[in-house]
Write a protein that binds this ligand. Structure first.
Ligand code: HEC
Ligand code: HEC
Length: 342
């Protein structure tokens, strides 16, 4: 081992730059059709080793108190990193939460995280699931102690970060590096808007896209399909759970029942839908917008226009909208081996 290392050093000695750059910086994919990136890459530039470490952490059950619940347990790649088939995510001891796990994708482009925007810094987000007693039920300091005792983690932290010790800061930075690299931007829709090969729409998809721009894009804005705002889209409060959403964070009743407008990327495969996963299909979501919207003090004014609640949608329009939403599925991302557990 030592001999190999010396040989390695020796062979690079006339090209020092190459030796220093052994932990290569990675290129973050910034798609031309996306809004501006929000994550400060200069404060935590993703590197090969940092990404590798972040990925190992994302899939490691030791981040939870019982050793089994990893981030990947609730965020599965095949379903755009949502918790497939679960209305509410369950974590340790099968305890159930009250919210549906959103997709983890394009996080670098997002301003605020969680349905109520509990934090605006991606690096700090993992504290929430780790310390939540129904998710991972652990403390960050316990997690970091466990990692410190592990030789492989020690090695990975040393390789990934300059000073190299296993600490909270690098733990969070590594997880962010993994998530920052998770960019989904290769759906048929993306190819369509960028004029690339494979980006042809059928007539129905084209019609659905027009309808979407007229009826949905005021909230599901830009090629991320969110305006980053918190809004009340008229869901009646869920029986037995009084989740007040954004008001939980701001303490203002003006924010009651407002939730983050979700990105609709990969939406065809991320059922169930809404912050509480109450709808099992896109058809039920559209039926809701058509006939289920409930009035309240904080209902978004956009859903109270033309003397009617909600959004008028004929059966034909619903079909076309669903066809359009299907074009947002990005097989490249869903099958990208860089993000896969195995
Ligand atoms: C028990 C299931 C569960 C586990 C384990 C879990 N999450 Fe989540 N995740 C959720 C749920 C539910 C939400 C929505 C939380 C909310 O809105 O309050 C969420 C939200 C997120 C978001 C915000 C997405 C957005 O669009 O705002 C990110 C990022 C995320 N999780 C990353 C992680 C990471 C990293 C880990 C591991 C440290 C992790 N999650 C562990 C269920 C889980
Ligand atoms: C007034 C703003 C607004 C308009 C207009 C709007 N939405 Fe939404 N949409 C939201 C909000 C806010 C949520 C999240 C609500 C929640 O979970 O409480 C949401 C959630 C969704 C979801 C669930 C996504 C998920 O990951 O769970 C889908 C699908 C959806 N909207 C599609 C549409 C379509 C299609 C249209 C047009 C017919 C539309 N929306 C119009 C604000 C809006």
């Amino acid at each position: 081992m030592l001999i190999l290392l010396i040989l390695g050093l020796y062979s690079c000695s006339d090209d020092e730059a190459e030796y220093i750059s052994i932990n290569r910086e990675l290129d973050v994919n910034i798609p031309s059709n996306f809004p501006q990136i929000q994550y400060d890459l200069s404060a935590n530039p993703p590197t090969e080793k940092g990404f590798e470490l972040g990925k190992k952490l994302f899939y490691d059950g030791r981040l939870s108190s019982n050793g089994f619940i990893s981030c990947g347990f609730c965020h599965e790649q095949r379903f755009a990193f949502t918790h497939h088939g679960h209305q509410f995510s369950h974590g340790i001891d099968d305890l159930e939460g009250t919210r549906n796990a959103p997709a983890v994708q394009n996080m670098a482009f997002q301003k605020e995280f969680a349905w109520d925007g509990a934090t605006s810094h991606l690096d700090l987000f993992p504290i929430i699931p780790i310390t939540n007693e129904v998710e991972m039920g652990e403390t960050v300091s316990n997690v970091v102690s466990k990692l410190r005792e592990d030789d492989e983690y020690q090695k990975l932290f040393t390789e990934a970060f300059d000073e190299g010790e296993v600490n909270n800061e690098y733990f969070f930075k590594a997880l962010s590096q993994f998530m920052v690299m998770m960019v989904s931007s290769n759906s048929t829709y993306d190819k369509y808007v960028r004029g690339e090969e494979g980006g042809e729409f059928t007539e129905t998809e084209e019609y659905g896209y027009e309808l979407f721009q007229q009826k949905c894009a005021s909230c599901h804005t830009s090629d991320l399909f969110t305006d980053d705002a918190f809004r009340n889209n008229g869901l009646p409060p869920y029986p037995g759970i009084n989740d007040i959403g954004r008001a939980e964070v701001t303490g203002s009743t003006a924010d009651n029942y407002k939730f983050k407008v979700p990105s609709l990327r990969n939406v065809a495969i991320t059922a169930p839908y809404m912050h509480d996963g109450r709808f099992g299909s896109l058809a039920s979501v559209l039926n809701f917008y058509d006939t289920g919207v409930q009035d309240s003090e904080t209902l978004d004014p956009i859903l109270k226009q033309n003397n009617r609640l909600g959004i008028d949608l004929s059966e034909e329009e619903k079909q076309a909208l669903i066809a359009f939403l299907n074009t947002l599925t990005d097989e490249t991302f869903l099958n990208d081996e860089r993000f896969a557990e195995y």
